[in-house]
Design a protein around this ligand. Structure first.
Ligand SMILES: Cc1cc2nc3c(=O)[nH]c(=O)nc-3n(C[C@H](O)[C@H](O)[C@H](O)COP(=O)(O)OP(=O)(O)OC[C@H]3O[C@@H](n4cnc5c(N)ncnc54)[C@H](O)[C@@H]3O)c2cc1C
Ligand SMILES: NC(=O)c1ccc[n+]([C@@H]2O[C@H](COP(=O)([O-])OP(=O)(O)OC[C@H]3O[C@@H](n4cnc5c(N)ncnc54)[C@H](OP(=O)(O)O)[C@@H]3O)[C@@H](O)[C@H]2O)c1
Length: 507
């Protein structure tokens, strides 16, 4: 692919095809053109997952999976982010549920309750399959050390975003710009201690972990078990153990996912505190929890610029619920305790998110907030390779004075031509919010021209709101600037994605 790629042909709206036929043909043409431009002549027959798009609503995803086997309908109920927080990808989680290897329907974190309810409903219609004992395989990791976690946001910001620097040293880990790193962080020892106190446990009690190994309870809670997100089987276990009928009834409502069940969004400590009569054996309690999962972070550096290191841009999750501060497991560990601590286990997740092979192919990058991370990696890489121009970044955050992440570097790249254009949207610097998609609309003529010149379009950051709205803005620009109809603009986007020219790293 290069700047001279011919535009993808689209079947006109008035051609004698139904909408699904036209969409299929447009997709076929995109695949054909994408393959031809990649230098191949055949299009591999691959199963299509039309619902695998986080911008679609749950109902729309399910409609697209109508008539497919159970595992595909279950997949359509997932949030479609392949974020790994469930320990699988959307497809493999659905398959594990469908064939009984996985029994928990509440693992899809971004899909939250609507997804778990739909999974429950779909599975209730299906024949019951006996679930074999769950075996969670801990991903193999390499030891890395966190060198720094310095603030990127300034005093007065509503957020705490850190520039995290990780030493890869002898880990043997290598990466490309666009990849992510999976980090295994321990739970907060203060939370573990509070939990042990609430359970009246010493912490020395041996309990099983998800890898089958028995460990002292304190170590299991600290390093191996997810104490922040208890599963239905934990509330169910607590309900069966509850001596007080009121506790048992409330725990049943939580297990059933009732809207008014309380405490909502409970962690294990919330449940133990709220239901004092529910005290199952500690080994059973441990067995009911899921394993502590690694967290993924988009890499914000290029090995050419920072040899032997990974840099990250991490938003620290902290919020108050029921009078207690909640700290995101991995982000808080990175900010508060990782520097100078023992090594963490890390692995690289290779991504489809890649710079074009031909450096002259223009790139349009949309990365508000921590979504800027992979674009810093892209720009470092291009600077190191002395690639100038053909790059346009849309960045946004709350306030210019406090939240302009990597401001000095971005401005330096703009000055030396590594970055051809930088458009910013600081949402809270004026009464009416301005977002990156507003800047896209303001510069629609240029943006459309860049796309016609073969630009690759990248989006990174918030999946649920931003990526959806950016997608809508892109379609709107195709309609207004390109004269496409609504349905053509939809097909055009699909075609762009199939050519690898519309890539998203959203979470
Ligand atoms: C491919 C990919 C790339 C990613 N890249 C980055 C990146 O570059 N930078 C980055 O910062 N993150 C990134 N993430 C997100 C990251 O993986 C973690 O999910 C994030 O850091 C939170 O993890 P945690 O362990 O700190 O929080 P957790 O312990 O997992 O807690 C997070 C949970 O807290 C809850 N929560 C959060 N905020 C609030 C609130 N205000 N009110 C109520 N509840 C709330 C939500 O339920 C959320 O699911 C990426 C994710 C993926 C999948
Ligand atoms: N669960 C939550 O409540 C919550 C809250 C914040 C972040 N997050 C998650 O944290 C990650 C990144 O957070 P972040 O702080 O780096 O960035 P972020 O929350 O995405 O904020 C970056 C900028 O994007 C703006 N924004 C908000 N909605 C938008 C939309 N629909 N379209 C375009 N821009 C929009 C924000 O404006 P305003 O803030 O002024 O609206 C802000 O200026 C994401 O995964 C996000 O989902 C979750």
């Amino acid at each position: 692919m290069n700047a001279m790629s011919p535009p993808i042909p689209l079947i006109p709206d008035n051609a004698p095809f139904s909408a699904p036929q036209r969409a299929w043909l447009n997709g076929f043409l995109a695949g054909l053109y994408g393959a031809a431009q990649a230098g191949t002549s055949t299009v591999a027959p691959v199963e299509e997952f039309p619902w695998h798009d986080p911008a679609l609503e749950l109902d729309a995803r399910l409609a697209l999976a109508e008539g497919r086997p159970l595992n595909r309908r279950l997949m359509a109920a997932m949030a479609q982010l392949d974020c790994g927080q469930c320990g699988y990808l959307c497809q493999s989680y659905a398959e594990a549920l469908a064939d009984g290897r996985e029994s928990s329907q509440a693992l899809c974190v971004p899909g939250a309750k609507p997804t778990s309810r739909m999974l429950k409903a779909l599975l209730a219609e299906a024949p019951v399959i006996a679930a074999p004992a769950m075996a969670v395989v801990k991903p193999a990791g390499r030891s890395v050390r966190v060198l720094a976690a310095t603030p990127l946001t300034r005093n007065g910001s509503a957020k705490d975003v850190r520039h995290v620097v990780i030493d890869l040293a002898d880990s043997g880990l290598l990466y490309e710009p666009g990849d992510s790193i999976a980090l295994s962080a321990p739970n907060d020892p203060a939370l573990v201690q509070a939990l042990l106190v609430a359970l009246q446990a010493s912490g020395d009690e041996p309990v099983p972990c998800t890898d089958g190994v028995m460990r002292p309870l304190r170590e299991a809670f600290a390093e191996h078990l997810d104490i922040a997100r208890p599963l239905d089987r934990t509330t169910s276990l607590l309900g069966m153990a509850a001596a007080h009928p009121g506790d048992a009834a409330a725990l049943r409502k939580l297990t059933d996912g009732d809207d008014d069940a309380t405490p909502a969004d409970a962690d294990l400590l919330d449940l133990i505190a709220a239901f004092p009569s529910a005290r199952p054996p500690l080994a059973d309690l441990a067995r009911s929890l899921q394993g502590l999962k690694p967290r993924l972070y988009s890499i914000a550096s290029s090995l050419l610029a920072t040899p032997g290191q990974v840099h990250l841009c991490v938003g620290i999750v902290r919020h108050e619920r029921r009078g207690r501060m909640r700290h995101g497991v991995a982000s808080s560990y990175l900010a508060d305790r990782a520097v100078g601590d023992r090594p963490m286990q890390a692995s690289i997740t290779t991504s489809h998110f890649r710079l074009p092979v031909d450096a002259k192919t223009p790139v349009i990058m949309v990365g508000p907030g921590t979504g800027v991370a992979p674009f810093r990696a892209f720009l470092q890489e291009r600077e190191a390779r002395s690639v100038r121009g053909h790059s346009w970044l849309f960045f946004g955050d709350q306030r210019e004075a406090t939240d302009f992440l990597f401001e000095a570097e971005l401005k330096a790249w703009l000055a030396d031509g590594t970055l051809a254009r930088l458009d910013t949207a600081f949402s809270r610097d004026q009464p009416k919010k301005i977002y990156v998609q507003d800047r896209m609309r303001e510069h629609a003529t240029d943006l459309w021209r860049w796309l016609q010149d073969g630009a690759h379009f990248y989006v990174c950051g918030d999946a649920l709101r931003m990526a959806r709205d950016v997608d809508a803005a892109l379609r709107e620009i195709a309609v207004r600037q390109g004269g496409l109809s609504e349905s053509q603009s939809r097909d055009w986007i699909v075609a762009l994605a199939r050519q690898g020219r519309y890539q998203r790293d959203v979470y």
